[in-house]
Design a binder for this molecule. Structure first.
Ligand code: PEP
Length: 250
């Protein structure tokens, strides 16, 4: 059985006070349940938010990291630094990093290896643009990102990875994939896990959907057989809507 996993990506939003208040609102109402929950504040607020999530049912995630362990990499943050800040997870290869900041599959792959080696759970994002979908290339684009971003992992390592399928055209746009559209890609990803790894890995890996998930569309998406949770942007910035999505996962 795969444990449903809902994660909130706060991106580059919130002041320090807002981040702490948002975390407090979520932590105070989210007890330990069958749903795994994480929040990913901006890196500069990880320390402050970790004081709130400490000992709670809400895990802490970073939004990115660098693959090197330490050294002259101005502005970058290593996996061990994230562990020091009590992070359990790190989002890697988010489409904003791929499309705005030029991250490649090879970059993501180096980060995935470094995160796993350090003991962080990587949430690895894949997803096609609107042009790629309209050209009928969704399956091949997602397969290429899967193969490139997750190259060279052992079966054991892959079992610890969380995949997030996030169609770029659905992120922050209010245009959500239909449950059928999302399930089709999730089922393809599950098949890839089976062919590239094995059936045990395919059965174990959680695949989140991300892209304009809201309390009112979450239940139908999360009800699909291969959708094991959600990576939530906008709707994770309000306590009620984030908790509403968690409730829909139950
Ligand atoms: C995201 O940024 O990962 C995301 C899914 O954003 P939104 O929920 O706002 O579409």
């Amino acid at each position: 059985m795969r444990r449903p996993f809902i994660a909130g990506n706060w991106k580059m939003t919130q002041s320090r006070a807002e981040a702490v208040a948002l975390a407090q609102g979520i932590v105070s109402q989210q007890g330990k349940t069958e749903i795994e929950v994480a929040i990913a504040p901006p890196s500069v607020y990880l320390d402050a938010v970790s004081q709130v999530t400490k000992g709670s049912a809400v895990g802490l995630s970073a939004q990115n990291m660098y693959h090197e362990a330490n050294g002259a990499f101005t502005g970058e943050i290593s996996a061990s630094m994230l562990l020091d800040l009590s992070c359990k997870y790190v989002i890697l290869g988010h489409s904003e990093r791929r499309h705005i900041l030029g991250e490649t599959d090879a970059d993501v792959n180096r980060k995935v290896h470094a995160a796993l080696a350090a003991g962080l759970v990587p949430i690895v994002c894949v997803g096609e643009t609107l042009a790629e979908r309209e050209a009928g290339n969704t399956k091949s684009v997602v397969q290429q990102q899967f193969d490139g971003s997750l190259a060279g992992l052992s079966n054991e390592q892959m079992s610890d990875v969380v995949i997030a399928y996030e169609p770029v055209w659905a992120i922050g746009t209010g245009k959500v994939a239909t449950p059928d559209q999302a399930e089709e890609v999730h089922a393809d990803l599950r098949k890839l896990l089976e062919t590239r790894y094995n059936s045990n890995v395919a059965a174990a890996v959680r695949i989140q959907y991300g892209g304009s998930v809201k309390p009112d569309n979450a239940a139908e998406l999360l009800g699909q057989p291969n959708i094991d949770g959600a990576l939530v942007g906008g709707a994770s910035l309000k306590v009620d809507s984030f908790l509403g999505i968690i409730a829909a996962a139950k």
